[in-house]
Design a protein around this ligand. Structure first.
Ligand code: C2O
Length: 544
C-alpha cells in the first residue's frame, strides 16, 4: 500500500515537471485554447489546410432566425429526409480543400482528438476533447456549425440535423434513412448487426428468439443507470477538469456509455475516434448525446447545472462557420442551446423510471449475514486488471456518494472496457454502477494515458439494499464489448496480459469524513480537486 502511495507521488511530481517543461505554470490554471497555426500531423492527415485568415469571436445571431427543431432520425418525413440527404450530397461534392467539404468537416473532429491541434502556449501539447468536461461542450459547438453549413448549402435557415434516438425502443438500430447504399448518408464500413440492434453498453444478445426484446430492455437499463450515476453531480456529469496543458482527466458516465458503445457497435469507421466523422451517423449520434445534456439539465437537482469554473467557461475552440468566417467560440457561448437557436423535439423517456437490475437478495439480513461483511481479499496496488478484482470499500457518507476509480493507466491506442459493480458486503444484492470505456485510436506511437472514472452511486446503493451498511464491495470486471469482440480480442488479450497493462486502481467513496477509505495510507493525486481533500498533515508527510 505504502509503495503505491510512493508511486503516485512520484508520478504527480513527474506531471508537474512535464507541465513546466511545456512552459505552463502548473500553479496558474488556465482554460484550454487552440493554437491557430500549429497542428501536428500524427500520420492521420486530418489537420486543416493552413490559413492566415483573421479569427473573429463568436456572436450569436443578431437577427432572429427560425428555430431549428432537431427530430428523431427514425421519424423524419420524406421531405425532411430528402433535404438532409441533399445537403450532405452537396457537402460531399465540394472541392476537396473547401472548408465545408464532407471530409474536411469530418477531419475537424479528428484534429481535435487525434493529437492534431496544439494547445496555445505549448510547443506540442495537443488537445483531446474526449475524456473530460469538454466532451459535451466541444461536440455541441461542432454540431452547431455543421448544421448551419448544411442549412446554407440548401438555402434553408431552419434546417436542423436529426438525432439518432437510440434511447427509444424504436430507435435502437441504424435509422432507415442511412441504409440506402446510393444515398449520401451511407457509409460502407458499418456492421451488419447494427441494422438490427444498437448496443448502449453490454447488451449484445445471442440471436435466439426473444433475445432482441431483452437487449432493448437492457439498453433502457443502461440509460437509467448511467443517468443515475451522473444525475446528482454536475462535475460527474461533465467529466474531469481539463485545463491548459492537461489531457484525459476522465470522461463522465454518459461519455463512457451509451456514447462509446454506440460508436463501437455501429461500424469500423464509427469505432475509431479519428475516423468516426466519416460516417454521417456520427452527427445524428452526437445530436442525441447533446440532447441528453439538455435532458439532464432539465432534471431538478441540488446544485447548478453549469460548472462555474472560468477554466471551463472560457475554454475556446476554432471552427469555420456558415459564412466562411474563422470563429473562436467559448464554452460559455454554448451552455444554453436555445441561445444557439435550436431545440429537440420531445419524445417519451422510457428509461427514466425503469428499474435497476439487481442480482441476488436485497432484503433478508441476518446477524450471520452481517458477520460475513468483511472477508473480501485485500488487493495490492497497482494491479493489472486481468480478471475481476474485488475491493472492500468503507462508506461514511449518506448522500451524494461517488465511486472514483482512479489512476487507470493505459495506452490510448487501445480499446479498453471494464464494468464497475457494487454489492453488499454480506454477498447480498449486487448491481452494475457504471463502466469505463476507452475507444481505440490510431497512432504509430504509444499514447500514455492516466485517467479516472467517477460514478455516482447513491441510487445503486439504495437499490441493492445497502443504505445502512458501512461497507460495500466494488468489483471491476474487465470485458470485451460488442459483436466484434473477436476482432478486438487480440488487443484485449494484450491489454490484460502483459504488454499493454491496465494498471489500476484505488477505489474510494468520497463523502463526509475520511476520503481515503480502503487504503490505510494517504495518497497524493494529480487532480487538484481530489488533492484538496487530503488532510494537511498527510500532504506534509506523504507528498514531499
Ligand atoms: Cu468525438 Cu463520439 O466522439
Amino acid at each position: 500500500m505504502a509503495s503505491w502511495g510512493t508511486i503516485s507521488c512520484a508520478a504527480a511530481a513527474a506531471t508537474v515537471l512535464l507541465l513546466m517543461l511545456r512552459g505552463i505554470d502548473p500553479a496558474a490554471s488556465a482554460p484550454v485554447s487552440i493554437d491557430p497555426i500549429n497542428c501536428l500531423d500524427s500520420g492521420l492527415k486530418c489537420c486543416p489546410p493552413p490559413s492566415s485568415k483573421e479569427i473573429v469571436d463568436f456572436k450569436p445571431d443578431s437577427q432572429p432566425s427560425p428555430l431549428r427543431i432537431r427530430r428523431p432520425a427514425h421519424t423524419l418525413d420524406s421531405e425532411a429526409a430528402q433535404k438532409y440527404e441533399k445537403a450532405i450530397a452537396l457537402m460531399r461534392a465540394l472541392p476537396q480543400d473547401h472548408r465545408w467539404n464532407f471530409i474536411q468537416q469530418s477531419n475537424v473532429h479528428c484534429a481535435y482528438c487525434s493529437r492534431g491541434h496544439v494547445q496555445l502556449g505549448t510547443k506540442n501539447h495537443t488537445i483531446e476533447i474526449h475524456g473530460s468536461w469538454h466532451f459535451f461542450t466541444w461536440h455541441r459547438a461542432y454540431l452547431y456549425f455543421y448544421e448551419r453549413i448544411l442549412g446554407k448549402l440548401i438555402n434553408d435557415a431552419s434546417f436542423a440535423i436529426p438525432f439518432w434516438n437510440w434511447d427509444d425502443l424504436a430507435g435502437m438500430s441504424i435509422p432507415t434513412i442511412y441504409r440506402d447504399n446510393t444515398s449520401s448518408l451511407f457509409n460502407p464500413t458499418r456492421f451488419p448487426a447494427a441494422l438490427n440492434f444498437t448496443d448502449l453498453g453490454g447488451c449484445q444478445g445471442d440471436g435466439t428468439p426473444g433475445s432482441l426484446d431483452k437487449q432493448k430492455l437492457c439498453n433502457l437499463q443502461v440509460m437509467h443507470r448511467q443517468f443515475a450515476a451522473a444525475s446528482n453531480s454536475t462535475s460527474i456529469f461533465f467529466g474531469g477538469a481539463l485545463r491548459a496543458g492537461g489531457s484525459f482527466p476522465g470522461g463522465g458516465p454518459i461519455e463512457n456509455s451509451p456514447h462509446s458503445p454506440v460508436h463501437i457497435s455501429t461500424g469500423a469507421d464509427m469505432s475509431q475516434i479519428s475516423k468516426s466523422g466519416y460516417d454521417p451517423l456520427f452527427i445524428a449520434h452526437h445530436s442525441n448525446v447533446d440532447r441528453l445534456w439538455a435532458i439532464w439539465e432539465g432534471i431538478p437537482g441540488d446544485s447548478s447545472k453549469v460548472i462555474a469554473d472560468p477554466d471551463f467557461l472560457d475554454a475556446s475552440f476554432l471552427f469555420w462557420d456558415e459564412n466562411l468566417e474563422r470563429v473562436r467560440i467559448r464554452v460559455r457561448d454554448v451552455i444554453d442551446h436555445r441561445k444557439l437557436g435550436y431545440v429537440y423535439q420531445d419524445v417519451p423517456l422510457k428509461w427514466m423510471d425503469i428499474k435497476t437490475k439487481v442480482e441476488g437478495e436485497t432484503s433478508i439480513r441476518t446477524a450471520q449475514d452481517l458477520a460475513r461483511q468483511y472477508p473480501v481479499g485485500k488487493l495490492n496496488f497497482p494491479l493489472r486488471l486481468r480478471s475481476a478484482a474485488k475491493v472492500n470499500v468503507r462508506r461514511t457518507a449518506s448522500r451524494g456518494e461517488k465511486l472514483v476509480v482512479s489512476d487507470i493507466e493505459l495506452d490510448g491506442r487501445d480499446y479498453v472496457w471494464f464494468d464497475v459493480y457494487v454489492s453488499r458486503g454480506d454477498g447480498g444484492g449486487r448491481a452494475q454502477a457504471g463502466c469505463f470505456i476507452h475507444m481505440e485510436r490510431r497512432s504509430d506511437k504509444k499514447i500514455p494515458i492516466i485517467t479516472k472514472t467517477q460514478i455516482g452511486i447513491a441510487d445503486v446503493i439504495k437499490q441493492i439494499g445497502a443504505a445502512t451498511d458501512d461497507w460495500i464491495v466494488v468489483t471491476l470486471q474487465p470485458k470485451v464489448g460488442g459483436d466484434k469482440a473477436k476482432e478486438h480480442n487480440i488487443v484485449f488479450q494484450a491489454l490484460y496480459n502483459s504488454t499493454q497493462p491496465v494498471q489500476a486502481i484505488v477505489c474510494e467513496v468520497e463523502g463526509f469524513g475520511d476520503p481515503w477509505l480502503f487504503l490505510e495510507k494517504a495518497l497524493c493525486r494529480r487532480d487538484d480537486s481530489t488533492c484538496s481533500l487530503l488532510r494537511k498533515s498527510d500532504l506534509g508527510t506523504r507528498c514531499e
